[in-house]
Design a protein around this ligand. Structure first.
Ligand SMILES: [Zn+2]
Length: 364
């Protein structure tokens, strides 16, 4: 994610804060100032937000370290004003594993809440009459700080239990559904419910809390994206790269001029090219390489001066579902297909989309 600040590493996982986090702090300060609070009270509120986000990091670590037990690594944990995101390289597909990974986050907050309850006299607050409790909690103070922290952790557990896929509760629901029905179907149901919840969050947020609006948007599009992804992976699984690749491609020679490539680009629809010499692949001239050359008006220059030599390639018999994951993760959109160092074709995202279109219309 762009615009993030690294704040450290925990168990080898990078922890980052997104720049929009500044808005959250600014909002807290604004609320406190508008209530006429003094500097020490404002500082205490900021400290409270920071401690809560410390709890959020521990929550995300709960997901990440559980996933690690199943051989899934986590690239980073990002803190946004609406909460944390652990970027797992993938979700476990076994329902029991997904269930454990999803439960592990809120479980951390349960543990924190229990520890606070044991160590501090939280029960004294809970024993108060409603009016006295309201009075006691009207503003955050050193006396009620820990109680606020306890309540916030309880809130995190309750909020995450809402079955709004892809939030934790929704993942738990999908995992439970996947134990009895097909995972694609389970995802479809969980995502539909998640989107319905998102619409409710949105309207609720309009009246009560603007942060809920952001969460609603995040949930709505998150549910849509994951649902599509799971359906696509199901269509591709068990199929090989050679079923979807292009074989009718223009192969460039390293010595060819950029001007000649411009003619090829104009006369056809290809945008990326494999560069080969004596039957050996030397590089790839990506569209961005070609544009760089054209921008410098290097039409006389040779392809070899602009091609990328440390390009990503794919094997003829690689699984299409795995390849699809790789394409999405790496954000590269053109791969030469090789077998025993011999060029067999090329594949890009359009091929995969066309292949899925054909497969879904064949409906088998
Ligand atoms: Zn979580």
């Amino acid at each position: 994610m762009k615009g993030t600040l690294n704040i450290g590493r925990v168990s080898g996982i990078k922890v980052q804060v997104h720049w929009t986090f500044v808005f959250l702090i600014a909002w807290v300060v604004f609320l406190e100032v508008s209530r006429g609070r003094e500097m020490p009270a404002i500082a205490l509120s900021i400290l409270f937000v920071l401690v809560i986000f410390g709890c959020v990091v521990l929550h995300e670590l709960g997901h990440a370290l559980t996933a690690r037990r199943f051989g899934i690594s986590t690239r980073k944990i990002t803190l946004l004003p609406i909460g944390g995101v652990a970027s797992l390289e993938r979700m476990p597909e076994k329902p029991q594993q997904e269930l454990l990974v999803a439960v592990a986050g809120p479980a951390v907050n349960v543990v924190i809440a229990i520890l606070l309850y044991i160590v501090f006299p939280i029960h004294r607050f809970l024993d108060l009459e409603p009016e006295a409790l309201q009075e006691m909690l009207s503003a955050i103070s050193p006396q009620n700080f820990v109680f606020y922290l306890f309540a916030a952790n309880v809130m995190l557990v309750v909020f995450n239990a809402i079955p709004a896929f892809p939030m934790d509760g929704g993942r738990i629901l999908r995992a439970l559904l996947s134990m009895t029905i097909d995972r694609v179907q389970a995802t479809r149901i969980a995502a539909a419910l998640g989107q319905l919840m998102a619409v409710m969050f949105f309207f609720f947020g309009l009246f009560y809390n603007p942060l809920l609006i952001l969460i609603a948007i995040f949930v709505y599009f998150g549910a849509q994206g994951e649902n599509v992804m799971v359906q696509h992976l199901a269509l591709l699984r068990g199929h090989k790269v050679n079923e979807a690749m292009m074989t009718n491609i223009t192969v460039l020679n390293p010595g060819q001029s950029i001007g000649e490539v411009a003619d090829i680009v104009l006369s056809g629809t290809e945008t990326h090219f494999v560069v080969s010499e004596n039957g050996e692949v030397r590089g790839v001239l990506y569209q961005s390489d070609f544009i760089d050359a054209m921008k410098g008006k290097n039409t006389q220059a040779a392809v070899k001066d602009f091609m990328t030599t440390d390009f990503e390639k794919v094997g003829l018999n690689e699984d299409l579902a795995e390849f699809y994951r790789k394409v999405r993760a790496k954000n590269i959109n053109f791969f030469p297909v090789l077998e025993d160092d011999q060029l067999k074709g090329a594949i890009d995202f359009n091929n995969i989309n066309e292949y899925m279109l054909i497969r879904s219309s064949l409906d088998y």
